[in-house]
Design a protein around this ligand. Structure first.
Ligand code: WQD
Length: 357
């Protein structure tokens, strides 16, 4: 007898770093998955399926339904909704480089905000009105208090178009939900997602020079980069370097499964926001030390000027997700570094890494 089929989830941006790791957990938890991605930030490979999703099939032993569709194309997007009985949507698709967003704001607003509006319009047209939204702690701007709770003001002091786009889309979804009681949504505010699947077969594969700390450190460890620049060591933090709440990508993916279960409960109260973080902040020097222990490699670095738009400290109060989703981040910083190192050392060129001869 065929196994009971779970709800069908349409995952936008499902070929990317957070999306692909979440697709693994969705498939492992019995959900049916349909991925939509325009592959703008994904290594394509030579087949119809991007390499990251081929690896997801390898890990889960399940087929992945994939459509190379841009959210800015409502006609093709609607076709995907019409071909499948979609029960809900997980919306990851977005450009997310903070520094780049300052250089090309219109591209960020068109892709992240207009793309989200088109998605919501197609969902409404196809009567799919349940949504988990991939948001970010950057909506909090410069923290007025720490740890950051979901009650902290958002939108004020967002220091870049990326963070503002996440804030704008959260507000749009909230307004939509309260305009039509048939809608329900959960917004998940990520802190700093890092690490990789324990298999070492999928992970973070930034194109070009990594903007973010952990992938840059991993590339120094594997020899792709000569040394790390530490952007400032004169912040008001224990060792003067920036403090962030790093969360293992596995814990983050599981947080989406727990949020989805909450969203699909008949009693769900329509609109909720949850921080997904560990509640612990680590400095740049803490991360370097942990990565050296995990990899056995010395990470060369130099102190450089502060990066414009950076804040001193950011870390989560994740009690609400624990209380209402029964979710807690369990992986340690060392786990994050060990899994990141396994991915990076096995795939020095990310998904472009050829087979080992
Ligand atoms: C972390 C710390 C830097 C690089 C990111 C994403 C954003 C959002 C949140 C999802 C800071 C320092 C970094 C380097 C360094 N993700 N650093 N040298 O800025 O918190 O934001 O996570 O929504 O999209 O950009 O993370 O990894 O860039 O920086 O010293 O080469 O590492 O100053 O203190 P950030 P990050």
């Amino acid at each position: 007898m065929e196994a009971q089929r779970g709800p069908t989830v349409l995952v936008t941006g499902g070929a990317g770093f957070v999306g692909s790791h979440t697709v693994v957990e969705l498939l492992n938890n019995g959900y049916e998955v349909v991925v939509v991605d325009n592959l703008v930030n994904v290594y394509k490979g030579d087949g119809t399926l991007p390499v990251s999703l081929k690896r997801v099939e390898e890990i889960t032993h399940k087929k992945v339904l994939f459509y190379n569709v841009d959210l800015l194309n409502p006609v093709l997007l609607e076709e995907v909704f019409r071909m499948h009985k979609i029960d809900c949507v997980m919306h990851f698709a977005a450009l997310k480089a903070v520094g780049e967003s300052v250089q090309i704001p219109l591209t960020y607003y068109k892709n992240n905000v207009t793309g989200s509006i088109i998605l919501l319009e197609v969902m409404k047209k196809c009567n799919v009105k349940k949504l988990v939204y991939s948001s970010s702690a950057t909506v909090y701007g410069t923290p007025q208090s720490l740890p950051l709770t979901e009650e902290h003001p958002t939108g004020q002091g967002c220091t870049n178009p990326y963070g503002k786009s996440k804030y704008f889309v959260e507000e749009m979804i909230k307004d939509l939900v309260f305009s039509d009681e048939s809608w329900s949504a959960i917004s998940l505010r990520y802190f700093n997602p890092v690490g990789a699947h324990e298999s070492g077969r999928i992970g973070e594969a930034p194109s070009g020079i990594p903007n973010n700390l952990m992938p840059y450190i991993a590339q120094v460890a594997v020899g792709t980069r000569e040394k790390l620049k530490i952007f400032g060591n004169d912040y008001d933090t224990p060792d003067g370097t920036g403090v962030r709440d790093y969360i293992h990508i596995y814990d983050l993916a599981v947080g989406h499964i727990d949020a989805l279960k909450k969203l699909l409960e008949p009693s769900f109260s329509r609109w909720k926001v949850y921080n997904l973080g560990t509640g612990t902040g680590y400095s740049v020097l803490d991360v370097i030390k942990a990565f050296e222990e995990a990899s056995g490699k010395k990470i060369a670095y130099e102190i450089a000027p502060r990066r414009p738009g950076d804040i001193a400290s950011s870390y989560a109060d994740a009690q609400l997700a624990k209380k209402e989703l029964n979710w807690v981040a369990r992986k340690t910083l060392l786990d994050m570094c060990r899994d990141m190192w396994r991915w990076q050392s096995n795939n020095p060129d990310g998904y472009a890494t050829g087979p080992k001869v």
